[in-house]
Design a protein around this ligand. Structure first.
Ligand code: SAH
Ligand code: SF4
Length: 375
């Protein structure tokens, strides 16, 4: 293996070559991979990490992805929906905290009352200004408005367009796995559920987002049962081929009340230890930074499940985005995509203080009040 990773500079680096890097185990070689990725991030994106305040608007979902804790069929979940006021208050918190952007994330729903409400919320969030309070507008606020990222699953192109026109400019829709066979294994493919979980529809939705003009983000889960190094290498090439603006990928973490999670835990489907899964996630991030040096790469919350400093380690391997949770504590514990969600007892203020402290210790500056887009 070439230790200087020049293969990434080739126009036509192959999936096999990337898979060989993902299989690397030697500590010194990996340190080299991570530090070169970090240098690329510095060179192309500067020293900053950008924050997006994560608002988990609802755990109601019409879908049944086999891995996800809030899948519609999971009857153990206490379902909630934030009120309009709660969403706006959380967005105001993010704005005042200097986060620059919010992410509205939730289960996939598509009835008109829902899509119209999102349109309304987007417009209202765009009107918020720093320092506004419930008592009134802040006359001296700087004219900063929040960037809005949506992560609300597959929608029709018309709905995507409506939300874009209302003011949302980024959308996160993970492909989950770009290998069709694996995608089909982790999504229901029978009965009425089948239509809702088609690989081709997922792909089409990502293409629709791009054609509308969204800064488009996608991603995969890492360490899924049956997933190979070659699958993951192809995922990275897929991101490059379709030309995404952001990637959020993180470890697959089983949820005990899901079909995949149950099987994973019972049959010991997981071949990787937690440490290995974390390391593989860091390698994926580092290789992606080599392949796409300009884009935004998230240090995802799921990394924090595997190690308390998982996200910080991802920053040292080339990631440059963190999504601090700003969701109201009263519901935060009901939005469990996987077991062991971190920080469910920390409010938005405590989450911010802890992150700030960690980043300061690492000497990584925060891009306050900034959108942090690469284009
Ligand atoms: N409903 C939307 C957004 C919420 S789910 C959607 O599906 O796009 C956001 C992401 O959580 C999913 O894309 C998936 O990759 C991730 N996720 C769900 N269950 C997970 C699990 N058990 N482990 C790790 N990530 C998971
Ligand atoms: Fe719903 Fe998203 Fe979970 Fe799938 S991953 S069940 S769409 S919330």
């Amino acid at each position: 293996m070439e230790s200087n990773f020049t293969i990434f500079n080739k126009q036509n680096v192959t999936a096999e070559e990337i898979a060989a890097v993902l299989r690397l185990k030697h500590r010194l070689v990996l340190d080299d991979l991570f530090s070169k990725a970090y240098e690329l991030k510095l060179k192309y994106r500067g020293p900053y990490v950008y924050f997006r305040g994560l608002i988990e608007i609802s755990n109601m979902c019409r879908k049944n992805c086999l891995y996800c804790g809030i899948r519609g069929a999971n009857e153990k979940v206490l379902r909630y929906e934030l009120t309009n006021n709660q969403v706006l208050e959380e967005a105001q918190f993010a704005l005042d905290a200097g986060y620059g952007s919010v992410v509205l994330q939730g289960g996939e729903r598509n009835h008109r009352a829902f899509t119209e409400r999102i349109t309304w919320l987007i417009k209202e969030i765009k009107k918020l200004r720093k320092g506004d309070t419930a008592a009134g507008k802040n006359p001296s606020s700087r004219d900063i408005s929040l960037g809005i990222t949506l992560s609300l699953g597959e929608q029709t192109k018309e709905v995507f367009q409506e939300w874009y026109d209302a003011g949302a400019h980024r959308y996160l829709l993970r492909i989950e796995s770009s290998t069709r066979e694996l995608y089909e294994k982790i999504h229901p493919q029978e009965g009425i559920n089948k239509e809702l979980h088609l690989y081709d529809k997922r792909l089409q939705a990502i293409m629709d987002l791009k054609s509308i003009g969204y800064r488009t983000g996608t991603g995969v889960m890492i360490g899924l049962p049956w997933q190979t190094y070659l699958d993951l290498a192809r995922d990275l090439l897929f991101f490059k081929e379709i030309g995404v603006d952001m990637v959020g990928m993180g470890p697959y973490i089983p949820h005990g009340d899901t079909p995949l999670g149950e099987q994973y835990l019972k049959e010991e489907l997981g071949e990787l230890s937690n440490d290995d899964k974390l390391l593989l996630s860091l390698k994926m991030i580092a290789v992606l930074r080599h392949l796409m040096p300009h884009i935004n790469i998230a240090a995802t919350t799921a990394l924090q499940v595997l190690a308390p400093n998982g996200r910080e380690r991802a920053l040292m391997a080339g990631a440059n985005i963190i999504m601090p949770n700003v969701t109201d504590l009263s519901v935060k514990g009901n939005y469990n995509l996987y077991d062991g969600k971190p920080g469910v007892h920390d409010d938005a203020g405590a989450t911010k203080n802890q992150l700030e402290k960690n980043l300061e210790n690492m000497g990584i500056p925060i891009g306050w009040d900034s959108l942090g887009d690469w284009r």
